[in-house]
Design a protein around this ligand. Structure first.
Ligand code: PMP
Length: 436
């Protein structure tokens, strides 16, 4: 009997060891980590350089509280992150995970309004569906009914606009026009809420767990930035899943040349080695708060030396081995392969993604995009079939498919073309088994 509990009673076998894109359970069975855990293990498992950097730091010191000591790994990592971030993002605030990163972004925005004498601005508009984290503040920005329902009324209810799920639209608009139509919903919502009450807009540049690798049309990104500028609203990019190379660029915002005001990252920073994330903001935002007496926010473990030493080694490995270039290359092969599976299986309604953040969605009817309705929940069924066959893919149980029955296929950035072919072959067999 286990004394552990997570979300459900479902249990998986004990993990024994992991290396590269492979993981072994204690029974000796091998799995391909086709989702990098939860899109975390970006550089693969047991990377010797990262492990050595952690060991070296452990031999020196493991913790020094930030009010008592600075530490070199945190300074070095902050400098590296600033160098890799969009112009003006010269200040870096370390956290231990994605929810903390989003909470920090929100609190930075709130305190910025406060010290600027604009505390009538407090609303942060987000999208629906979306996922921004598990803590109560980040959950208020999240729109995913099964996650929100038990906690209503939310601590602070926040307005939502629809996510640009253009693949569901049956209109005669071009992609470009659809992108603008969805972005303009932000403008309409700001006007409806009262521009003086709106502080920020938060979005995942490529959707993650909630929308399954949703990429908006090109036109969407620039228009959202324009609208935020027009109304003096802060643009927050939640790059917790997309950041640190996963989409083929260090940050996904680079694909559209967007410079958000605040960026939240996590997952790929620690890459499964340590809990680590970073929140960056434009210098004038941080300066305003520091000049006014300091940011009223912080976590005990922020800037932990072992975590930062690991984070630095993760970034070094990404560049040393050209992992972002590989991500673009094999991500393209993966998306093309998913497209071929869509040609073969009529119950695949859409495939999408960027880099190695890719997904496919199951439907019973492609025309209406009605979710695939199976009493046994095709969802967990497919995940389990693939798992049995030694491939881990990521899914989120949908509300009867209302949010879309999608599966994320996101192997580590070191995956080779041959390994992509192996993943596609197991998926093909699994879909075939699901169909029969
Ligand atoms: N934001 C996004 C976009 C995420 O995908 C996640 C995690 N799935 C989070 C925030 C929360 O991250 P964590 O689970 O590390 O708190």
């Amino acid at each position: 009997m286990s004394h552990l509990f997570y979300q459900t009673r479902d249990r998986r076998p004990l993990l024994d060891r992991a290396e590269g894109i492979y993981m072994w359970d204690v029974n000796g069975k091998r799995y391909i980590d086709g989702s990098s855990g939860a899109m975390v293990s970006n550089i693969g498992h047991s990377n010797p350089h990262v492990l050595a950097a952690m060991r070296a730091q452990m031999d020196k010191s493991t913790f020094g509280y930030r009010l008592h000591f600075e530490n070199a790994p945190a300074e070095d990592l902050a400098a590296k992150v600033a160098e890799l971030s969009p112009e003006g993002h010269d200040k870096v605030f370390f956290v231990s995970g994605g929810s903390e990163s989003v909470e920090s972004a929100v609190k930075l925005a709130r305190q910025y309004a406060f010290v600027s004498g604009q505390d009538s601005r407090w609303k942060i508009i987000s999208r629906s569906p979306s996922y921004h984290g598990a803590t109560l503040g980040a959950l208020a920005l999240t729109s995913y009914e099964p996650l929100n329902a038990p906690f209503k009324p939310m601590v602070t209810a926040m307005p939502k606009i629809p996510a640009p799920r253009c693949y569901l639209d049956r209109d005669n608009l071009s992609d470009e026009e659809r992108g603008l139509r969805y972005a303009d919903m932000l403008r309409d919502r700001i006007i409806e809420e009262g521009p003086d009450s709106v502080l920020a807009f938060i979005m995942e540049p490529v959707g993650g767990a909630s929308t399954g690798a949703l990429v908006a049309p090109e036109s969407y990104y620039g228009r959202i930035r324009e609208i935020c500028d027009k109304f003096g609203i802060l643009l927050i990019y939640d790059e917790v899943m997309t950041g640190v190379g996963r989409t083929g660029k260090f940050l996904a915002c680079e694909h559209w040349n967007i410079n958000p005001d605040i960026i939240a990252t996590a997952k790929g920073f620690g890459a499964g080695y340590v809990p680590l994330g970073a929140m960056t903001a434009k210098q004038h935002i941080v300066d305003k708060i520091l000049d006014a007496g300091g940011f009223q926010h912080g976590y005990t473990y922020a800037g932990n030396p072992i975590a930062c030493a690991a984070g630095l080694a993760v970034i070094e490995e990404i560049f040393r081995h050209n992992m972002m270039e590989n991500t673009t290359k094999v991500g393209g092969e993966l998306l093309a392969g998913l497209g071929r599976l869509m040609d073969k299986y009529p119950f695949i309604g859409d495939v999408r993604g960027k880099g190695l953040l890719t997904a496919f969605e199951l439907v019973s009817d492609r025309e209406t995009m009605t979710p695939l309705d199976r009493n046994l929940n095709a969802f967990s069924q497919l995940v389990n079939i693939a798992y049995e066959r030694g491939l881990i893919i990521y899914s989120r149980r949908s509300r009867g498919g209302v949010e879309g029955d999608h599966f994320l296929v996101c192997p580590p950035m070191i995956t080779t073309s041959e390994q992509i072919a192996d993943i596609l072959a197991i998926l093909d067999d699994s879909l075939d088994e699901l169909a029969t």
